[in-house]
Design a protein around this ligand. Structure first.
Ligand SMILES: Nc1nc2c(c(=O)[nH]1)N[C@H]1C(S)=C(S)[C@@H](COP(=O)(O)OP(=O)(O)OC[C@H]3O[C@@H](n4cnc5c(=O)[nH]c(N)nc54)[C@H](O)[C@@H]3O)O[C@H]1N2
Ligand SMILES: Nc1nc2c(c(=O)[nH]1)N[C@H]1C(S)=C(S)[C@@H](COP(=O)(O)OP(=O)(O)OC[C@H]3O[C@@H](n4cnc5c(=O)[nH]c(N)nc54)[C@H](O)[C@@H]3O)O[C@H]1N2
Ligand code: SF4
Ligand SMILES: [Mo]
Length: 700
C-alpha cells in the first residue's frame, strides 16, 4: 500500500487514466483526504503542465453524488433502473453461483467479458481480468472498437505501432492532420504544431468536417468520407511523375517501389478529384507541398479508419513519408500510434497459458448486438467493465435488444449507473484510477507512468483487479496468478527482454521518476518488424492474407438507398460516453447537432436549429440541424456519444453499421448511410430536449 493514502493534504503526482493519446502528467491537490483540484504536472516532459478542461473538472466526477458506492441487484425490469443495495459477499456469491451453474450446464464459453479502455491502466484494462477469464475458459472478446483496422494496415507497412517522437515534430515545416480532430483529441500535438508554426511551419487538415481542428488550419481540405486512400495514391503518383520522390531512400529502406510507381499511374489528378471531392488543383498543390517542404509530418487519426476500407486507408497514407524519404529527417515522418515502443510483457501479465481450450471462440465487440441475439452456442452471461456498450457500440438497437434478454445474466462494474448498467442483474461499484495502483503507457508520446493510490476507495467501491481476485477466490481458483499483488504484476510486465525500448522501465524506476521514457533507439537503426525488415510498399504478407499487395483504393460498399454518408464522431467535452452524465460538460456541448451543408439544407427546406429525423434500416435519431459549409454536400456529421434522455432520440449508434472493416475486425462507425427529414421548428423542440436533459440528470 502506498504512502500516499496516509497523506491527507498535499500535492501528489498522477496520470490521466482516460483513453486519450496525450496521457498527461497530473498533480492532484488533496485537502482533508479529498482531491480538490486537478492540475497538469509542469515536470512532465511532453504535456508540460497543460491539461484539458475535461480532466480539470475531474473532482466533480470523482465526488459526483451519482457515483456508485455499493453493489446493487436488479429489482425491476431490465432497463428500468430499479435496484437495491446488497453486500459484496452477496454480489460475489450471486455471480459465482450463476457462473458455476453455467460452466456445468453450458460450458464456460457461455460467459463473455465485455470491456474496453474506460481506464487505460494496464492492470485495470488487461491484467487480472485476463488471468481470470483465461482460467475460467470464457469466450474471448476481440477488442476491435477503436483503432484496430488502421493499426493492422499500419503494421503491414511499418511493422508495428512505431512513428516518430512527437517532441521532434516541432522541427517540422509542414504538418498534416489527417482524419484527426486533434484540438479535441490530441491537444499537445496541436501545441507542438503551433510552436512549429511560429518557426514558419504550415498546418494542413484533411477531414470530412471543418471542426475545431479544421478551423485552426492554414489550409483545410474537405474530403468525401472513405476516399483517403485515393487521395494518398494521387499524391504518390504526382510525386513520382514530377521527380519529387526520394529514390535513394526508397531503394535502401523499402520494398516494391518499382511496382508502386507503375501501380499509382491509374490515380491521375482527375480520377482522384472525382473520387475524393478534392479538386485537381488542390490535389496538385497538396502533392507539390508534400514533395517540396521538409521536414513534413503526418498525424494519422482514428476517424479515417472507422470505415469499411479503413485499414487500407491507413496503410496507404503510411506509405507517403517513405516516398519522400521523410523518416530520416528530424521531425519528418508520421505517427499513427506509438504503442509498440512501450509494449510490455503481455503474456506475463495476462497469462494466456491459463486458458486450457486454445480454440476458445472470439466474439467481435463491434457485433455484440448480433452476438447476444444470435451466437451459437448462446451467450448466457455478460460481464461488462471499462465500457458502456449500450451507448458506444454500433447497431445500437440490436445491442439494446440483446441486453434486454431475460435469460441473459449481466454484471456491470462501473463508477456510475450507466445506460449499460441499467440492464444489469448485478451492478458493482468501481474505484476511480486515483484510488488504485496501476501503470500507464501512452500510445502517442513515449512515456510510461505509475499510479499509486492517492485517495481511499469511494464508498465500498473496488478496483477491477481486486474484483477479479474476489471472483477467483469464490470460483475456487487457487493459482498463484490470483495472489500476485498489483506491484508484482507491474514488475512482471517489464521483465521483457523482447522489447529493447523498455529496458529502462521497471517498477523501481517508475517509483523514483514518476514517468520513464522508452529508450531513444532510432527507428531506422534497426530492422523494422515487417517480414522484410523494411517499409513494405509491396507486401507479400498482405497478398497471403488476401489483400491487394500494393496500396489500393477500394470504395465503400453499398449501404441502402440513403442520400447521406453519416459520420458520428466524438466531441470536445465528453470522452466517448464518459462525462455525458455531467451537467457542466453537457452545458458546454449544448445540444447534439447534425451538421449539414447549406445546399442540402436548402434542398430539404431545413434551417439552422430545426429538428430533423435521421433514419435508416437500423434505426432512427432526432437531432437539431447546424447548417453551414463545414461539411461537403451529401455528408452529415454529428459529434458526441450522448445518452438518450427522456423525450429525446439522440443515440447516434442506433444508425451505425456493425459491418466489419477490411482489417483486424475493425469498426465501421462512419460508413453508414442515412436519410434525413424535417420534423418541426427548432425552438420548441430545443426546450423539450433541454427539460428532458434535466429530468435525466435528476433521476440518475
Ligand atoms: N475530447 C475527446 N477526446 C478524445 C475522445 C473523445 O471522445 N473526446 N476519444 C478518444 C478516443 S477513444 C479516440 S479513439 C480518439 C479519437 O480521436 P481522433 O483520432 O481525432 O478520431 P475521431 O475524432 O473519431 O475522428 C477524427 C476526424 O476524422 C474525421 N473523419 C471521419 N471520416 C473521415 C474520412 O473518411 N476521412 C478523413 N480524412 N477524415 C474523416 C472526423 O470528421 C474527425 O474530425 O480520441 C480520444 N480523445
Ligand atoms: N458513433 C460512434 N461510436 C463510437 C465512437 C465514435 O467515434 N462514434 N468511438 C468508438 C471508440 S474509438 C471507442 S474507443 C469506444 C469507447 O467506448 P467505451 O470504452 O465504452 O468508452 P466510454 O464511453 O468512455 O465508457 C467507459 C466506461 O468505463 C467506466 N470506467 C472508467 N474507469 C473504470 C474502472 O477503473 N473500472 C471500471 N469497471 N469501469 C471504469 C466509465 O465510467 C465509463 O462508463 O467507443 C466507440 N464508439
Ligand atoms: S483527457 Fe487527454 S488531454 Fe485531457 S488530461 Fe487526459 S490525457 Fe490530457
Ligand atoms: Mo477509441
Amino acid at each position: 500500500m502506498s504512502t500516499y493514502t496516509t497523506k491527507e493534504n498535499g500535492v501528489v503526482p498522477s496520470v490521466c487514466p482516460l483513453d486519450c493519446p496525450d496521457q498527461c502528467g497530473l498533480l492532484l491537490h488533496k485537502k482533508d483526504g479529498k482531491i480538490i483540484k486537478v492540475q497538469g504536472d509542469p515536470d512532465h516532459p511532453v504535456t508540460q503542465g497543460n491539461i484539458c478542461n475535461k480532466v480539470r473538472n475531474m473532482p466533480e466526477r470523482l465526488y459526483d453524488p451519482k457515483r456508485l458506492t455499493t453493489p446493487l441487484k436488479r429489482i425491476g425490469a431490465k432497463g428500468s433502473m430499479e435496484f437495491e443495495p446488497i453486500s459484496w459477499d452477496e454480489a460475489i456469491d450471486t455471480i459465482t453461483s450463476k457462473w458455476k451453474e453455467l460452466v456445468a450446464d453450458e460450458g464456460p464459453e457461455s460467459i463473455l467479458p465485455y470491456s474496453f479502455y474506460g481506464n487505460m491502466g494496464i492492470l485495470s484494462a488487461e491484467g487480472m481480468d485476463r488471468r481470470f477469464f483465461h482460467r475460467l475458459g470464457a469466450s474471448r472478446l476481440d477488442q476491435t472498437i477503436c483503432s484496430v483496422a488502421g493499426s493492422v494496415g499500419y503494421r503491414y507497412t511499418m511493422g508495428g505501432g512505431f512513428g516518430i517522437d512527437p517532441m521532434d515534430t516541432v522541427h517540422a515545416k509542414l504538418f498534416i492532420f489527417w482524419g484527426i480532430n486533434a484540438v479535441s483529441t490530441n491537444m499537445h500535438q496541436v501545441a507542438l504544431a503551433q510552436k512549429a508554426r511560429k518557426n514558419g511551419a504550415k498546418i494542413i487538415v484533411i477531414d470530412v468536417h471543418k471542426n475545431r481542428t479544421g478551423i485552426l488550419a492554414d489550409w483545410f481540405i474537405p474530403i468525401l468520407p472513405g476516399t483517403d486512400s485515393a487521395l494518398a495514391l494521387g499524391i504518390m503518383n504526382y510525386l513520382f511523375e514530377n521527380n519529387l520522390a526520394d529514390m535513394d531512400f526508397l531503394k535502401e529502406y523499402s520494398t516494391g517501389y518499382e511496382e508502386l510507381i507503375e501501380h499509382v499511374k491509374q490515380y491521375d489528378l482527375h480520377t482522384v478529384a472525382a473520387i475524393t471531392g478534392v479538386s485537381a488543383d488542390d490535389l496538385k498543390n497538396l502533392a507539390h507541398e508534400y514533395g517540396t517542404v521538409s521536414p513534413s509530418f503526418i498525424r494519422i487519426g482514428n476517424g479515417l479508419q472507422h470505415h469499411d476500407n479503413g485499414g487500407m486507408a491507413v496503410r496507404t497514407i503510411a506509405c507517403l513519408p517513405a516516398v519522400t524519404g521523410q523518416w530520416l529527417k528530424q521531425g519528418g515522418g508520421a505517427i499513427k500510434s506509438n504503442s509498440s515502443y512501450l509494449s510490455h510483457n503481455t503474456a506475463a501479465v495476462q497469462r494466456p497459458d491459463l486458458l486450457k481450450n486454445k480454440n476458445t471462440r472470439f466474439i467481435n465487440m463491434n457485433q455484440i448486438g448480433s452476438a447476444l441475439l444470435e451466437a451459437e452456442p448462446r451467450i448466457s452471461s455478460l460481464y461488462v467493465y471499462n465500457s458502456n456498450p449500450v451507448v458506444v457500440a454500433p447497431e445500437g438497437n440490436k445491442v439494446r435488444k440483446g441486453f434486454e434478454r431475460e435469460d441473459l445474466f449481466t454484471v456491470v462494474h462501473d463508477l456510475f449507473l450507466t445506460e449499460t448498467a441499467a440492464y444489469a442483474d448485478i451492478v458493482l461499484p468501481a474505484t476511480s484510477s486515483f484510488e488504485n495502483t496501476d501503470f500507464y503507457t501512452s500510445y502517442w508520446h513515449k512515456h510510461a507512468h505509475l499510479q499509486e493510490p492517492v485517495i481511499k476507495p469511494y464508498g465500498d467501491s473496488k478496483s477491477n483487479p481486486d474484483v477479479f481476485r474476489l471472483l477467483a477466490e469464490a470460483m475456487g481458483f487457487d493459482d498463484q496468478a490470483f495472489k500476485d499483488s498489483d506491484e508484482e504484476m507491474i514488475e512482471q510486465a517489464f521483465e521483457h527482454p523482447a522489447n529493447p525500448y523498455v529496458e529502462d522501465i521497471s517498477l523501481r524506476s517508475l517509483k523514483v521518476r514518476k514517468f520513464v521514457k522508452s529508450k531513444d533507439i532510432p527507428l531506422f537503426s534497426r530492422r523494422l518488424s515487417t517480414p522484410s525488415g523494411k517499409i513494405e510498399l509491396y507486401s507479400k504478407q498482405m497478398e497471403r492474407d488476401g489483400y491487394p499487395p500494393l496500396p489500393t483504393y477500394i470504395p465503400l460498399p453499398e449501404d441502402g438507398e440513403h442520400p447521406f454518408l453519416f459520420v458520428p464522431g466524438p466531441n470536445h467535452n465528453f470522452l466517448n460516453s464518459t462525462f455525458s452524465n455531467n451537467d457542466k460538460h453537457i452545458l458546454l456541448e449544448k445540444l447534439p447537432k447534425v451538421h449539414l451543408n447549406t445546399r442540402d439544407a436548402a434542398d430539404m427546406g431545413v434551417e439552422d436549429g430545426d429538428l430533423v429525423r435521421l433514419w435508416n434500416d437500423r434505426g432512427e435519431c432526432q437531432l437539431h440541424v447546424a447548417v453551414g459549409e463545414n461539411v461537403l454536400p451529401g455528408v452529415a456529421v454529428t459529434m458526441g456519444l450522448w445518452a438518450d434522455l427522456p423525450g429525446t432520440k439522440q443515440l447516434v449508434n442506433s444508425l451505425t453499421p456493425d459491418r466489419i472493416a477490411d482489417m483486424g475486425g475493425g469498426a465501421t462507425f462512419f460508413s453508414g448511410r442515412i436519410s434525413i427529414e424535417k420534423i418541426s421548428l427548432g425552438r420548441k423542440s430545443c426546450t423539450k430536449a433541454g427539460s428532458g436533459l434535466k429530468m435525466m440528470t435528476e433521476k440518475m
